[in-house]
Design a protein around this ligand. Structure first.
Ligand SMILES: *Cc1c(COP(=O)(O)O)cnc(C)c1O
Length: 375
């Protein structure tokens, strides 16, 4: 290791990935406790009280964290947010969806509804990476789909209802949920995974569903025709199981343990307002730092669209960002590379609630140290 970052500059915890993201040690302790033979949860049936109790804690904790509006339900299933795109394609879109795409994740959901042989070609409202595209009212669609936070570019969009009466709004909150402010009543499905703000492992999807979304799934799944809704992609089946604090098939129990612990940790600290404030404080530091360095620029031009949970900062062409990322990695400061397909000379920083704002400050000091030596 030729370039040395002094230990005094290093963050206490060097995990800044955008998912999987930092897991708090207390969550790992919770897993160890759940595996102890005295009161075992790990290695026991997911149809019995100990695991069902865990799912109940997750569902009721999320309901409290998001101040769930009347009639909304917390559903969950296996397969992550990527699987939920297929669930929504099979169970929620009646004929045609409109997608806002401003990065990889929004585009992937658009590709999913485009591939479905029983749906019409989707409407797509596109914006170049670094900006935000907003869904716009259209009589030709029955679903609007948009990311809350586009993890691939570091741009965020407020959750706002669009359209009328019978149209549904689906929000991909995979990296925004638990970290960004939201009024869930402004959307019909607010879905996410456990491996970002909830600091757990991947593999599950969670969805806060409005009564209109539940009714739509019932209608669409009963409609027959050319549509085949595999049981695994059936939202009504997932809801039936979720209401019993179960999943259709076996979940990763350790993931649920870490997720429940994180939800309760957020609630104990002051809930979503606290969490969103903490992430915003980290982000204010990151963007302020980037603006004060001649060789760094926040990638997202519009200040209001700069994500307060996943920050992207372009570096001057004279500085090789991948070298910076490599030197940081050598010192245990991890995963600040940009999204692989974005192809920019950039660093990307996950500032999820588990990440200490002081550690974000330490990270930028480390970047300064490296850049002074390699520029
Ligand atoms: C990470 C991410 C996904 C994909 O989540 P998986 O659980 O890996 O399928 C989807 N959308 C957004 C916005 C993400 O950040």
């Amino acid at each position: 290791m030729s370039l040395q970052i002094p230990a005094s500059l290093l963050p206490a915890d060097g995990r800044f990935g955008s998912g999987p993201s930092k897991v708090r040690p207390a969550q790992v302790d919770a897993v160890v406790a759940a595996g102890a033979p005295a009161r075992p949860v790990l290695g026991t049936s997911h149809r019995q009280a100990p695991v069902k109790d865990l799912v109940r804690r997750v569902r009721s904790g999320l309901a409290e964290l998001f101040a769930l509006p009347d009639g909304y339900e917390v559903a969950l299933g296996n397969g992550g947010s990527t699987a939920f795109w297929e669930v929504a394609t099979a169970s929620l879109v009646r004929e045609r969806a409109q997608h806002a795409t401003f990065g990889e994740f929004g585009a992937k959901f658009a590709a999913a509804t485009r591939r479905a042989p029983f749906l019409a070609e989707p409407e797509v409202v596109d914006a170049a990476p670094g900006g935000v595209a907003y869904v716009t009212p259209s009589d030709a669609v029955d679903v609007y789909a948009t990311p809350h936070n586009e993890t691939s570019t570091g741009a965020m969009a407020p959750v706002r209802r669009v359209g009328s009466g019978d149209q549904l709004v689906l929000t991909d909150a995979t990296s925004g949920a638990g970290a960004l402010p939201v009024d869930v009543a402004e959307t019909d499905v607010y879905y996410f995974g456990p491996q970002k703000a909830f600091a757990s492992d991947g593999g599950l999807w969670l969805a806060l569903c409005s009564p209109a979304a539940v009714a739509r799934a019932q209608e669409v799944e009963a409609s027959g025709g050319d549509r085949w809704v595999p049981e695994f992609l059936s939202l009504t089946t997932a809801l039936d199981n979720s209401r019993k604090d179960q999943t259709l098939n076996t979940p990763a129990v350790a993931t649920l343990v870490m997720l429940a612990d994180q939800v309760e940790w957020l609630l104990e600290n002051g809930g979503l307002e606290w969490s969103a404030g903490r992430c915003a404080a980290s982000a204010a530091h990151l963007y302020g730092w980037a603006e004060s360095r001649e060789w760094a620029t926040p990638f997202v031009a519009e200040v209001a669209e700069r994500s307060t949970v996943v920050g992207t900062v372009d570096l001057d062409d004279s500085i090789d960002a991948s070298a910076v990322v490599g030197h940081l990695r050598d010192h245990g400061v991890l995963d600040v590379f940009p999204y692989r397909k974005l192809g920019r000379n950039q660093i990307r920083v996950g500032m999820f609630p588990a990440v200490e704002p002081d550690d974000v400050a330490a990270l930028t000091a480390c970047v300064d140290h490296v850049v002074e030596r390699i520029a």
